[in-house]
Design a protein around this ligand. Structure first.
Ligand code: XBP
Ligand code: MG
Length: 253
């Protein structure tokens, strides 16, 4: 067993609640821009989250929810264009600063760096989206805090496949046993556990009923010294908020 050396974070739902008021809104703005009558309400979007990746999610919508739409040879081009438009709307939305990081995220990232732990990102979302979130919700220049930002189409098989985590581990030249992963969803933990990573879960409204079997611990959020997390499953070892000491105990070293 290796000492704890790095923390690898999912983005959407883990660093920030970006899905309902960010990605979903941006998809709908793109559909409008292209004069499509598609509209993803909050409930439908929850079902569409079964599939990760924006282009993949639009295909899933057409194949399972909007089956009257006749797919043709040009449909994948349309999806690509819609996705570019969606990314533009999404990054513009983030630039307004209205989508904050989740409780405890900024504190824990800083604490990790102060304790010489390396930090990385493993996400399904597009790289521009990660940069926009970090720049506007964390700190200008904070992309530099991360050893590796593994994002989007950099691996062909998105979560729940383990590839994005495996890619991040390879780039960091670290074994899974020296790291912990942070996730919020079932697809996420299937991906991280598929790469042999111990995984800490913080749930959100869309993922609270997901199956997190195998998680090291399942929490409401990371908590703050004056704002205790709720423990949903697993042993919190008496900690009230997630800090490096707690992570070392969870990691086992
Ligand atoms: C979340 C996702 C993403 C976003 C959209 O991934 O599933 O698909 O909803 O991303 P994660 P793009 O939790 O792994 O960060 O539209 O940029 O593909
Ligand atoms: Mg997520």
């Amino acid at each position: 067993m290796n000492n704890l050396q790095a923390l690898i974070f999912d983005v959407d739902g883990t660093l920030s609640d970006t899905e309902r008021d960010g990605h979903r809104v941006a998809f709908n703005l793109a559909f409008k821009e292209y004069d499509l009558d598609w509209n993803w309400d909050i409930e439908l979007y929850g079902q569409l989250l079964a599939v990760t990746g924006g282009k993949e999610r639009m295909n899933y919508f057409l194949d399972h929810f909007n089956t009257d739409f006749q797919k043709t040879d040009s449909t994948q081009n349309l999806i690509k264009e819609l996705h570019q438009s969606k990314t533009r709307h999404y990054t513009e939305l983030l630039a307004t600063g209205t989508i904050p990081l989740r409780t405890g995220v900024k504190r824990l990232l800083k604490e990790a760096l102060d304790n010489n732990l390396r930090i990385a990102i493993a996400t399904t979302t597009t790289p521009e989206n990660v940069t926009a979130l970090l720049e506007h919700a964390l700190e200008p220049g904070s992309t530099e805090w991360f050893d590796v930002i593994a994002a989007g189409d950099i691996v062909p098989a998105k979560k729940p496949a383990p590839d994005i985590y495996t890619y991040a581990l390879e780039k960091m030249k670290l074994p899974a046993s020296a790291c912990l992963a942070f996730e919020d969803s079932e697809n996420g933990i299937r991906s991280s556990m598929g790469a042999d990573l111990k995984t800490l879960i913080t749930i959100n409204d869309y993922t609270k009923d997901h199956d997190f079997t195998g998680a090291a611990i399942v929490l409401s959020d990371l908590g703050e010294p004056d704002n205790k997390f709720t423990t949903i499953a697993g042993d919190d070892h008496g900690f009230n908020f997630v800090n490096i000491d707690m992570l070392k105990v969870i990691h086992g070293h």
